[in-house]
Write a protein that binds this ligand. Structure first.
Ligand SMILES: [Zn+2]
Length: 410
């Protein structure tokens, strides 16, 4: 019934003929309106080069889908003012989940990533997929009931997991701190429960998406580094998340530091950045000096309390991370490096160490406009990013065309 839908949608605006059946290209027109700015039919025609009649047809199909709605009336030049149309962020909603090692966070958002309701709980990812995902299911259903939305309006489910994920299949691959999750069909599980598309990625990638969406949408080349119990990064390249061939891009925690080669990492290698500079590594170094510290959280508490040894170790961890980032800057040339994760909350010492090495080691052209900053989204980066992941997928032109065509075709 929907034959040919996939191919017609990839045409640019002007390439679609006045063929009367061009409602499928409404998804492309919709992309213009996603910036939230209201436009009249005439403005849309001018912007796309499409005939007024074609614009009218596509606007009508978008209005029927509720993805756009009438906005305020445009300034009148005499006579009846023309109607303006704008993106309707409340047309659907998204369920976003951020699963950490010991903590889970869940939120419903609208299509502009505004949080409508949220929940959080202490939850051990090591307990396995069934208890964790059944919590996501039960809590998600409760949130949907709480905001009073029709479950049929759920656009999709996005979830971040604290381990490597093959994005195309939505399955974790040998995740070190997630026993029982290897190869588990997380995507299938969630799609069965919620009856909507589900997308899965690792936690650092979704944090990168969230931070980029919330604060750096004008910076197409951004690197997000999570420094917590472990260390990882997410790369935004040309405005899009760069996952690499298998989804493993940015896994910088296991790059080797030359001066750390006697330190054994949980991955089995020696000298990994994570084994030397993570929150867990700093806590272990403090404990070895007789200072009570068992976790990243303890390191942050000590640093905020002015503990000199914690501050010195954070500065050195920043330098170690900077050594790896200096190489990344040469390869990737970002304009912004955002340092996030729990350890970034310990103050400026970590970032000062990163800056010290990156600006010294990288070539001037790569660093002349490079900014190295602390994350601004804090612990909401993950859920915002999980929502962004779903929205970017489900509101892409081809998907919108399917959404519009579905009622007629089924
Ligand atoms: Zn390692």
């Amino acid at each position: 019934m929907l034959e040919g839908v996939g191919v017609t949608t990839s045409r640019p605006f002007g390439a679609v003929a006045e063929n009367g059946g061009s409602m499928y290209a409404a998804g492309s027109l919709f992309q213009l309106l996603r910036d939230g700015r209201p436009r009249t039919r005439a403005e849309l025609a001018a912007e796309t080069g499409l005939a007024r009649s074609t614009v009218t047809q596509r606007v009508d199909s978008l209005l029927a889908s509720n993805l756009i709605g009438p906005a305020d009336k445009a300034a009148s030049t005499g006579g009846r003012p023309p109607t303006r149309f704008a993106f309707n962020p409340n047309a659907r909603f998204v369920l976003a989940a951020d699963i950490g090692a010991t903590h889970a966070r869940l939120a419903l958002t609208d299509l502009a990533c505004e949080v409508l309701a949220e929940a959080a709980d202490e939850l051990l990812v090591a307990a396995g997929p069934e208890p964790v995902l059944s919590w996501v299911n039960a809590t998600g259903q409760k949130l949907i009931a709480k905001v009073g939305r029709d479950p049929a309006d759920l656009l999709g489910v996005g979830i971040g997991l604290p381990g490597p994920v093959e994005h195309s299949t939505g399955r974790p691959v040998s995740p070190p701190i997630m026993p029982g999750w290897d190869g588990f069909d997380v995507q299938g599980y969630l799609e069965d429960r919620f009856g909507a598309v589900a997308l899965v990625d690792n936690d650092v990638n979704i944090m990168a998406l969230g931070e980029h969406f919330a604060h750096w949408s004008n910076a197409p080349h951004m690197m997000f580094v999570k420094v917590a119990t472990g260390i990882g990064s997410g790369l935004i390249s040309d405005g899009r998340l760069h996952r690499g061939a298998q989804g493993a891009a940015g896994d910088m925690g296991h790059l080797q530091l030359p001066h750390g080669t006697d330190v054994v990492c949980r991955c089995g290698n020696t000298g990994c950045l994570e084994a030397v500079a993570s929150g867990a590594a700093i806590a272990a170094k403090l404990a070895a000096r007789g200072i009570q510290a068992a976790s990243s959280g303890d390191v942050v508490t000590l640093a905020r309390g002015g503990n000199i040894e914690a501050l010195q170790l954070l500065r050195q961890a920043g330098r170690d991370i900077g050594e790896v980032l200096a190489a990344a800057v040469s390869l990737f040339n970002p304009s912004v490096i955002v340092i996030g994760g729990s350890l970034s909350q310990a103050g400026e010492h970590l970032i000062a160490g990163v800056r010290e090495i990156v600006y010294r080691r990288s070539l001037p052209l790569a660093t002349q406009d490079l900014r190295i900053v602390q994350s601004s989204t804090g612990d909401r980066a993950g859920i915002i990013g999980a929502a962004v992941m779903v929205i970017d997928h489900a509101l892409a032109p081809a998907q919108v065309d399917l959404m519009i065509a579905a009622p007629a075709g089924t």
